[in-house]
Design a protein around this ligand. Structure first.
Ligand SMILES: *[C@@H]1O[C@H](CO)[C@@H](O)[C@H](O)[C@H]1NC(C)=O
Ligand SMILES: *[C@@H]1O[C@H](CO)[C@@H](O)[C@H](O)[C@H]1NC(C)=O
Ligand SMILES: *[C@@H]1O[C@H](CO)[C@@H](O)[C@H](O)[C@H]1NC(C)=O
Ligand SMILES: *[C@@H]1O[C@H](CO)[C@@H](O)[C@H](O)[C@H]1NC(C)=O
Ligand SMILES: *[C@@H]1O[C@H](CO)[C@@H](O)[C@H](O)[C@H]1NC(C)=O
Ligand SMILES: *[C@@H]1O[C@H](CO)[C@@H](O)[C@H](O)[C@H]1NC(C)=O
Ligand SMILES: *[C@@H]1O[C@H](CO)[C@@H](O)[C@H](O)[C@H]1NC(C)=O
Length: 505
């Protein structure tokens, strides 16, 4: 509002300055008119004066109109600025805390991320764009700026470039006394939505979360009954306390000591399965990034007054940049490497072909409609087609029939003197051949040969003195295709072929 006043003041000032002049001009004109009326000697002079007055009036009118337009223009500009200011406040929560008069350089030193319009998706991205950043709390937006959920406030280790998501169960917490499996349960509240956490995991090379359980006269599993488990990202129960879900069984149960074979009771997979009145503990790091984070902890069999069980969960820490295994095969892959503009993209298809898909990046991995299949992209590493002929006499022989007329030989895959087509790449090829017998009363027959093996043939008796072959073949690069005249003679043949579809991958 202060800005608006600043701009209006000069305009109002200008009007105040002009007003007396107008009044003076008007009154002086009035006096003159009266004088002239009194004398009433020159009617003509009076008319002239009237014209002058009208002229002056018009001029003033146009000036006022100009000023009005200017004011309107300034007003609309102010509104525009106000809108921008409002937008900027919602785009980055940090800007709210800034003093308007703080110099820009100063701002950079205080909160480095605030100045950049682009909010990083991960701490690693922030570190990559500014290697001088120091470890601390930062705002990141894994699901992309200006879309999805609000940015999240995470701890960035700028030595490793890892992002850690804070939660409310980092401190050691005692389990209540109760008996039934899962009778104690604790929901872990993260300072980020599950969607943002999932996207962070998607973008990261690895994620892990540590869990430490101290136990005394309490057990994870006892007599085949599972008393304790944690719930994964999808809410499903998990019974392993370290590593990955390295077992097809949903009930896979193990602890770090079980993986190492170092449990107190060697016959068990966890120290805390012992159910002994001894202070024991199981420390593990869960590394299955598709299951993390731990969303809930459940314990039981702690009914005895002497039973003690405490849990301590580390932050969910994700680091590294997800590495694509070769070329992108989906919109999800494209999203991971940073594509954000919706559009048609080529991907490595499942059928050795390049495929075209539409990626709607207003959606996120896991959302319906992120990818729509459009079709195969007709990609060939080089065009291959030929059309050759011969019009001179050729008698049957044990070699391929040569050709002498080259009508087309794009890709140079056909060698005319040897009559040999060599497939330049893996793919599907189409061939057509037609020939007339030289002597209309003799029979003859041709074979289509693939690597010296007959694939098909055409035969002509003396009543039908021509033969033809149409054939589609899947070839590997280097395969040879030829026409053999097995019987009779010809002086008229044409052979054509083309690469229909190439196996690109
Ligand atoms: C940050 O990462 C480095 C390297 O991995 C590690 O040595 C250090 O302990 C980490 N700092 C914190 C506070 O976690
Ligand atoms: C965890 O413990 C520390 C001190 O040991 C304390 O400052 C902090 O508030 C505790 N956090 C929670 C969530 O209770
Ligand atoms: C949790 O996140 C909110 C914003 O989502 C932030 O204002 C708050 O400071 C964060 N709390 C902690 C403990 O980091
Ligand atoms: C997973 O199982 C394989 C054998 O099935 C083993 O080689 C590997 O070490 C296991 N990994 C973990 C983390 O347990
Ligand atoms: C998978 O886990 C189940 C239950 O813990 C166990 O019985 C089985 O031996 C495990 N299989 C492998 C291959 O580790
Ligand atoms: C064969 O065709 C060529 C043109 O490609 C022509 O010049 C030649 O005369 C023909 N020969 C015969 C025997 O028809
Ligand atoms: C062509 O296909 C064969 C199998 O038929 C495969 O072994 C070879 O690697 C492929 N070559 C190319 C260049 O894709």
């Amino acid at each position: 509002m202060a800005e608006r006043q600043k701009l209006i003041l000069p305009v109002v000032g200008l009007l105040i300055l002009i007003l007396p002049l107008v009044i003076v001009a008007f009154t002086s004109n009035d006096n003159e008119i009266k004088d002239i009326e009194r004398s009433s000697t020159s009617h003509k002079f009076q008319e002239e004066l009237w014209i002058k007055f009208k002229h002056f009036e018009r001029k003033m009118e146009s000036e006022v109109t100009k000023l009005k337009t200017k004011v309107e223009l300034l007003e609309s500009k102010i509104l525009e600025q106000a809108e921008l200011l409002k937008e900027c406040k919602t785009c980055s929560p940090i800007t709210e805390t800034f003093d308007n008069d703080m110099p820009v350089d100063h701002v950079k030193n205080v909160r480095p991320l605030a100045k950049s319009i682009l909010q990083p998706k991960t701490c690693l991205e922030a570190l990559t764009s500014d290697p001088s950043l120091e470890s601390g709390m930062y705002w990141i937006d894994p699901d992309g700026q200006g879309r999805g959920d609000n940015p999240i406030y995470v701890y960035c280790n700028m030595t490793s470039g890892s992002s850690s998501i804070l939660h409310d169960s980092e401190n050691s917490t005692a389990v209540d006394h109760c008996f039934d499996p899962g009778c104690y349960s604790r929901q872990i509240k993260y300072n980020a939505t599950l969607r943002q956490i999932t996207m962070l995991a998607e973008l990261s090379n690895e994620c892990h979360q540590s869990i430490k359980v101290d136990c005394f006269d309490a057990a994870f599993e006892f007599n085949g009954i599972a008393y304790a488990w944690w719930n994964d990202r999808n809410g499903d129960p998990r019974y392993f306390w370290s590593g990955t879900n390295n077992n097809s069984s949903a009930h896979y149960h193990s602890c770090q000591c079980g993986l190492e074979g170092s449990c107190v009771d060697k016959s068990l997979l966890c120290n805390c399965d012992s159910d002994l009145a001894v202070e024991l503990s199981d420390n593990g790091v869960i590394t299955d990034k598709d299951l993390l984070p731990i969303t809930k902890l459940n314990f039981g069999r702690t009914i005895a007054p002497t039973s003690i069980s405490t849990h301590e969960i580390g932050r969910l820490e994700c680091s590294g940049k997800v590495v694509l295994n070769g070329m992108p095969t989906s919109c999800q892959d494209l999203w991971r490497v940073g594509y954000v503009l919706s559009g048609l993209y080529s991907i490595k298809g499942s059928s050795n072909k390049v495929e075209t898909v539409y990626c709607d990046f207003s959606k996120l991995p896991g959302d319906e409609g992120l990818q729509a299949w459009i079709g195969y992209a007709d990609v060939k590493s080089e065009p291959v087609y030929f059309n050759v002929g011969r019009n001179t006499s050729f008698r049957y022989s044990s070699t391929a029939m040569p050709f002498e007329q080259e009508i087309l030989n794009v890709g140079n895959a056909f060698d005319l003197p040897s009559g040999t087509f060599v497939a330049p790449c893996n793919g599907t090829y189409f061939f057509a051949f037609a020939s007339f017998a030289e002597n209309s009363y003799s029979s003859f027959y041709f074979s289509l040969m693939l690597n010296n093996v007959q694939i098909t043939s055409c035969y002509s008796s003396y009543t039908l003195y021509y033969c033809h072959i149409v054939y589609t073949l899947k070839l590997s690069s280097g395969d040879q295709v030829q026409m053999f005249l097995q019987q009779g003679s010809t002086n008229n043949a044409i052979f054509t072929g083309a690469l229909l579809a190439e196996d690109i991958f």
